[in-house]
Design a protein around this ligand. Structure first.
Ligand code: HMG
Ligand code: MG
Length: 318
């Protein structure tokens, strides 16, 4: 039997966080519901970050509340792991409040996030890498105390939009620090899609000296953005090295607002989208592995995601 690969769809979070228009909460909930039908193992539903920093995701509590309401769709039925980004104790508290309101661990995992680049970390979270790790200590304790798992993201594992190429040793150092803090999983983010098969493999080889990539287990996840159309070659390289957990985003939506750059003429170039979950799954299947995903249901979710984003960009959301 082919070996299993775990998939997380991050479109409701990474996919939507950089959208300038208003996407109604009910449409985000519908997207999550459609993702639940694809067979995906985890959905990263939202972030509990400052709404001043990421206005699009200021409705995280309402998204989770609506996911609990009885409705015509799949609400209330068994669902994949729901996770959410939390940058600090305040975000962790918001996640726990959602679970309290749901009378269960509706959110089973929280994700803390730092970077291998000091400049990016500062721009994204107003903290040095060391300060960001300090913030995570009580978050990890609170999450584990309530039975939640913790994912630790590292951004800029290949290159930084401000500092350029990042040494694999710098990534390994942060990965080790996250593991020492007690995270259950490290997620390596190629924030700007600078990865190639070669530099991704070099980075993974280096980090595996600190955080072994255990074949068949999901302690190591790869989070790719597909700026130059090379993400699927990175997936193949990672599979060869034993990585069995990947993030994708339906319709290839996504990008960190703090990885966007301003061009000399003043226009803002949006951060690149994630590898589309469809391409990710096809790449994995073609490489001889299996996933739980159904490509037809995935196409339906992708088409809905495209629709709500197009509507909000045209000013029709809300
Ligand atoms: P700060 O300004 O240093 O924090 O931001 P602060 O403690 O001074 O708080 C500022 C304001 O935010 C205060 O409100 C706080 O109450 C509030 P005010 O008093 O001014 O009205 N606040 C919060 N509100 C809601 N939820 C919270 C929270 N914390 C403080 N949790 C902070 C520090 C970390 C909060 C801020 O920098 C932030 O929210 N950053 C988030 C940035 C972000 O979400 N980026 C995108 C996600 S990361 C990503 O996309 C990369 C990834 O995909 C992997 C990859 O591709 O590389 C994961
Ligand atoms: Mg990302």
């Amino acid at each position: 039997m082919a070996e299993f690969v775990r998939i997380t769809d991050v479109s409701p979070r990474d996919g939507l966080q950089n959208e300038p228009g208003i996407i109604p909460t009910s449409e985000k909930v519908r997207l999550v519901e459609l993702l639940c039908r694809t067979g995906v193992d985890e959905v990263e539903v939202t972030s509990f970050v400052s709404a001043k920093w990421v206005p699009q995701l200021g409705d995280g509590e309402r998204v989770f509340a609506q996911l609990q309401e009885p409705g015509p769709s799949a609400r209330g039925l068994p669902h994949p792991v729901f996770s959410a980004l939390v940058p600090n104790e305040r975000g962790m508290q918001a996640a726990l409040d959602c679970n309290r309101a749901a009378h269960k661990n509706l959110i089973e995992k929280v994700s803390v996030f730092t970077a291998a680049s000091e400049t990016f970390c500062r721009k994204n979270t107003n903290a040095t890498i060391a300060e960001s790790l300090d913030r995570f200590r009580p978050v990890v304790a609170a999450a584990h105390g309530s039975g939640l798992k913790v994912r630790g993201y590292i951004s800029c594992v290949i290159a930084c939009p401000f500092e350029g190429p990042i040494a694999p040793e710098a990534v390994a150092r942060v990965a080790k620090q996250l593991m020492d803090l007690g995270v259950d999983e490290v997620d390596y983010g190629d924030t700007i899609g600078a990865g190639t098969a070669e530099n991704t493999a070099a980075m993974l080889r280096e980090v595996s000296r600190e955080v072994p990539i255990e074949k068949g287990r999901a302690a190591t996840t790869l989070h790719l953005h597909d700026t130059f159309g090379r993400a699927s070659e990175c997936v193949r390289a990672a599979l060869d090295l034993g990585v069995r957990s990947f993030d994708g985003s339906v319709a290839g939506l996504g990008g960190c607002p703090y990885a966007s750059s301003t061009l000399p003429d003043g226009t803002v170039r949006r951060a690149p989208g994630n590898i589309s979950t469809d391409l990710l799954v096809r790449t994995i299947h073609e490489a001889g592995y299996r996933t739980n995903l159904n490509l037809d249901s995935l196409a339906q979710a992708a088409s809905f995601a495209r629709e709500i984003v197009a509507k909000s960009r045209a000013g029709g959301g809300g």
